[in-house]
Design a protein around this ligand. Structure first.
Ligand code: ZN
Length: 178
């Protein structure tokens, strides 16, 4: 692990502490810090830890740093396998969630600079601790944290990240459909 990655993991643990999420030492070692291959982690990225992922369901904890965005993506069905349905519940900070639907005028979120054209869904839902949102199978969505960063838990059907369809072209190598 590189120094900056180690530093980011340390910050992620701080956010979990602040949000009241309790992690074991073993879980702290499994935190994943992902920059989606763009190299500007402070703008585009997400950190997460999977508590459970089996053939029927999953639970993932996610940290977004202040102003950080995920990529816009969806979870399509693959053959007989129904794509992931996810429920995101805010535990700390503010989350600006965007999904397909009536575009919100003057949305609060801003795509990472230079990647604007890859952000296409603008129906905004603002989530504070205790608010939750369900994203149906195959619906495009992305998340951005407010100024204090955000911690949220995601209850979902089985995680199959390798089948996620992203708008960012370099993330789609493994996708079976576009
Ligand atoms: Zn998703």
């Amino acid at each position: 692990m590189q120094d900056n990655e180690r530093e980011n993991v340390r910050k992620v643990i701080e956010y979990f502490n602040r949000s009241g999420v309790v992690l074991t030492e073993e879980e702290k070692k499994r935190i994943i810090v992902a920059d989606y291959g763009w190299g500007k982690f402070e703008l585009l990225g997400a950190s997460y830890l999977d508590f459970v992922n089996n053939e029927r369901y999953s639970v993932r904890e996610i940290v977004l740093f202040p102003g950080q965005s995920t990529s816009e993506h969806c979870h399509p069905s693959i053959g007989q396998l129904l794509g992931k349905t996810e429920t995101a519940r805010c535990q700390y900070g503010t989350i600006y969630a965007y999904m397909e639907g009536e575009p919100t005028s003057n949305p609060k979120g801003k795509p990472p600079e230079g990647l604007e054209k890859f952000y296409t869904v603008w129906h905004e839902i603002v989530m504070k601790p205790g608010d939750q949102l369900t994203v149906p199978t195959g619906t495009r969505h992305w998340y951005q944290a407010g100024d204090e960063g955000a911690v949220f838990i995601e209850y979902a059907s089985t995680l199959r990240d390798e089948y996620d369809v992203h708008n960012l072209p370099w993330l789609n190598d493994n996708c079976v459909e576009k």
